[in-house]
Design a protein around this ligand. Structure first.
Ligand code: SF4
Length: 348
């Protein structure tokens, strides 16, 4: 929720105090129209705010119209090399274009894209990543650096600005988490445009989640960032789930924040199974409220944490004490997870 310039992407606003938008990217092949539509629908159902699709060739342009007619999320067209695809994507209804001005040809081509975006007031995201840094910057710095990443991004921004346009979003991704954090911190000081955060090529579910939580979390905790993408090698719906968990952990979004103890020798009930069942159920619940749910194994720390939460349990021998808003409501026996899930549903 930064103080950056406010901009509109389709039906949502980002920057200048707007809520952080969660973005994901489709990973079905460009010629699988049905698969891309189905994946887009699942992304929308999972709470994704902004969808992105790769447009590698003319054949892929049909995806823009098809996806937009089945979902209401803003759609970003991801373009490399061919400026005509950027223009055709905008004409097909894309709500934002992601380009790297350095790889789509000369200034005349960039200007043609800018003119097309200006007509419809479509934002352009200039996305640089550490793998595509200009040779002179790498030479200057003796390798890949955060400063180099930042300078490269600002160079791209200048290209768009020099074409007379300022509806810009900036990203500076790197698979090096520390480098990415440092680059965005530099941008926060001097760049007026909204920042799209991401750790690129972060890996599969477990390692990618850790890297993204560190990279995005460090920046978001300092109020840096306007849109985020968790890049995972896997189902993009998981990217949205992880992104929402990161935002929830920092209290940057409304929803259900689940806390559960790690269990220890004092735990008598099957807390791990209960916590997993509750986590699965709450991941599908939608609410505009902030609800903290505590799943605790025993009465040592349990009631304390559970009382702080909006609803929670503290395990006993074969039952659990139920707390709601700091008050003991009763005891749960039998299917403790299901009973707690019903209590949570009542609070939505
Ligand atoms: S809440 Fe109780 S069961 Fe859970 S880790 Fe703490 S002491 Fe152990």
């Amino acid at each position: 929720m930064s103080g950056k310039k406010r901009t509109k992407i389709g039906n949502i606003h980002i920057g200048n105090g707007e809520k952080i938008a969660v973005q994901s990217m489709l990973n079905c092949r460009y010629d699988d129209v049905k698969g891309n539509i189905e994946q887009s629908i699942r992304l929308e159902e999972s709470g994704c705010d902004i969808n992105r699709v790769a447009v590698p060739n003319e054949e892929a342009l049909i995806l823009i119209k098809e996806i937009k007619s089945h979902t209401s999320m803003p759609l970003v067209a991801d373009i490399h090399f061919d400026y005509r695809l950027a223009i055709k994507s905008v004409e097909a209804g894309a709500d934002k274009i992601r380009i790297n001005p350095g790889n789509i040809g000369g200034m005349d081509k960039v200007k043609a894209v800018v003119d097309c975006c200006r007509e419809r007031n479509i934002p352009i995201r200039v996305g640089v990543n550490s793998g595509s840094l200009e040779k002179d910057i790498v030479k200057r710095d003796g390798g890949f650096t955060a400063k180099g990443l930042f300078d490269s991004a600002m160079r791209s921004v200048s290209v768009i600005e020099n074409s007379g346009y300022d509806n810009i979003v900036v990203s500076m991704k790197s698979s090096d988490v520390k480098m990415m954090i440092d680059a965005y911190r530099l941008a926060e000081k001097s760049c007026i445009y909204p920042l799209h955060l991401g750790v690129t090529e972060s890996g599969t579910m477990s390692i990618g989640t850790i890297k993204s939580a560190i990279g995005l979390g460090a920046l978001l905790a300092d109020d840096i960032g306007d849109t985020i993408r968790v890049s995972l090698t896997g189902d993009p719906v998981d990217e949205v789930r992880v992104a929402k968990e990161i935002l929830s952990a920092l209290k940057l979004t409304n929803g259900i924040n689940l806390i559960s103890c790690p269990t220890c020798g004092r735990t008598s009930i099957d807390l791990i199974e209960i916590a997993e069942k509750v986590e699965k159920a709450v991941s599908k619940m939608k609410t505009s409220k902030n609800i903290t749910v505590a799943v605790m194994g025993c009465a040592v720390n349990g009631p304390g944490e559970a009382r702080e939460a909006d609803v929670g349990i503290a395990g006993g021998l074969d039952d659990a004490v139920l707390f709601k808003k700091g008050e003991i409501i009763g005891k749960l026996k039998g299917d403790i997870a299901e009973a707690l899930i019903s209590e949570i549903r009542e609070m939505l």
